[in-house]
Design a protein around this ligand. Structure first.
Ligand code: PFF
Length: 462
């Protein structure tokens, strides 16, 4: 075992791991998805539900993934196989989910690069008609060469380059540099947004708690968002923790990563919603929110172009540290289990991800593809992209997390898991009995209820 660990990468420091895991967690989910969902699901009521989901279920599942990874020092499938060979498919399900997410994640990541360049070179064109500019990037006026091909390719190329450099030189170095920068940028933008005239209504909306707006759908959206945002249910945290030394305290790491990720989501909410209220722009949410709607915001505030540029830089930084973690999950599996060479694996995985991902962008507005999608009978999703998000956020992620908790709680056993979590008793874990109950009963039951409710509650993903 020692030899195989030596051949694998390892995080060089405690801070490096925390920032890399937080880098995985903090991503488009926090800035592109969270504010829109918070707005649509009633502001304060959603925030409370979300925090509850993270505190009870998110932390439980994250620690479960950390212990599996650190115990076995293996990729998601190899790790579960080592603990109980019959259940290695749980890891496989996670890797498949991450793979699907990465297909669309790289496309949106590419859009952030396009917008960074647009704000430098042609902000006047963006401002002339923000929605038209966005739809043009998506192909409403013809094949979207930039939006579907060029920029996603650059984004994926950068992701692949970092991954091919390995754990300490690639992932850790980048995260140590980008994560603090992201925090500074985000807090600066939030202060700017909240001090705009008229922003207080947006702040009030986010703080207003009306319990009558909470329903089954709120829980479902909050839970799916929590898993996505914390990078859970995909084996990514198993993979990252597998690069961690036995001396690290997994319990505090879980707390720190969950708090960091949730703070970023809240900061993003308190940046975007007040800004939208202040400028009186209709928050036409959905995928175009961070692009089309916000351009209207940047256009109407003093110094908006600089803030816009910083915002898209922020979005890009957040996206790239997450996309490398998803790709790492797949690559670690192929290298360790299939004996493939790391660099070659990265290239092949990227080509496949890119080829599938193109259809995410093409289905948004490019009629020849959108038209084929529309012509399918009984379609419940306006675009292929909605289907991909529904499949991952609503079904695969919750199922992945469900099986992870069942595996740790009932198959591998909470005693073994707690032993690993405390590094064989080296660290205190006062909440161990509570965590055991959460992982065995509360989390699987809650996740299952929410999945079932979701299947009967309509298809809204926002
Ligand atoms: N947590 C990331 C975000 O909030 O954008 C997305 C993500 C990263 C999902 C890693 C899945 C994953 F494995």
């Amino acid at each position: 075992m020692a030899a195989s660990i030596e051949n694998r990468g390892q995080f060089g420091s405690k801070l490096g791991f925390i920032l890399s895991a937080a880098g995985s967690a903090v991503g488009l989910g926090n800035i592109w998805k969270f504010p829109g969902k918070a707005y649509n699901c009633g502001g304060g009521a959603f925030l409370i539900t979300y925090i509850l989901m993270v505190a009870l279920i998110g932390t439980t599942v994250m620690l479960a993934e950390f212990v599996i990874g650190r115990k076995t020092q293996k990729n998601a499938i190899g790790a579960i196989r080592e603990l109980n060979a019959k259940y290695s498919w749980v890891g496989g399900l996670g890797i498949l989910t991450g793979f699907i997410i990465l297909c669309y994640y790289c496309q949106v990541g590419g859009w952030t690069i396009k917008y960074i360049i647009a704000y430098i070179t042609e902000s006047a064109t963006v401002y002339a008609d923000p929605t038209a500019y966005f739809l043009d990037m998506l192909g409403v006026n013809g094949f979207p060469l930039e939006g579907a091909i060029i920029y996603p390719l650059i984004f994926l190329g950068l992701t692949s380059f970092i991954i091919s450099r390995g754990v300490a030189d690639g992932i850790e170095k980048l995260s140590k540099f980008l994560m603090p920068l992201l925090f500074v940028l985000l807090i600066g933008l939030m202060i700017r947004a909240c001090t705009l005239p008229g922003a207080s209504e947006g702040v009030a909306y986010m703080l207003h708690f009306d319990p009558s707006t909470i329903n089954g759908n709120t829980f479902l959206v909050a839970l799916g968002q929590a898993f996505f945002s914390l990078s859970l249910g995909m084996g990514v945290m198993i993979t990252y923790a597998s690069y961690l030394s036995k001396d690290e305290n997994l319990i505090t790491n879980t707390g720190v990563v969950c708090v960091l990720d949730t703070s970023v989501a809240l900061f993003a909410g308190f940046m975007i919603i007040p800004a939208v209220f202040a400028t009186g722009i209709d928050p036409g949410m959905g995928g175009g929110f961070a692009f089309a709607t916000l351009a209207g915001v940047f256009m109407s505030i003093p110094g908006g172009t600089i803030f816009g540029l910083l915002f898209y830089a922020l979005l890009f930084f957040a996206a790239i540290t997450s996309s490398i973690s998803i790709l790492e999950g797949t690559v670690a599996y192929l290298v360790e289990e299939k004996g493939m060479e790391r660099k070659k694996t990265v290239v092949w995985a990227s080509i496949i991800i890119f080829a599938i991902g193109i259809f995410y962008t093409l289905s948004q507005a490019f009629l020849p593809i959108k038209g084929i999608w529309w012509s399918m009978e009984g379609l419940q999703f306006p675009i292929f992209g909605d289907f991909m998000e529904y499949l991952t956020d609503r079904l695969l992620l919750p199922f992945g997390a469900f099986f992870t908790t069942v595996f740790v709680g009932w198959i591998w056993g909470t005693d073994n898991a707690i032993k690993e979590a405390t590094s064989d008793g080296k660290y205190k874990f006062a909440l161990a009995p509570a965590w055991a109950i959460l992982v065995k009963f509360v989390a699987p039951a809650a996740i299952l209820c929410i999945i079932i409710a979701g299947l009967f509650l309509g298809m809204s993903i926002s």
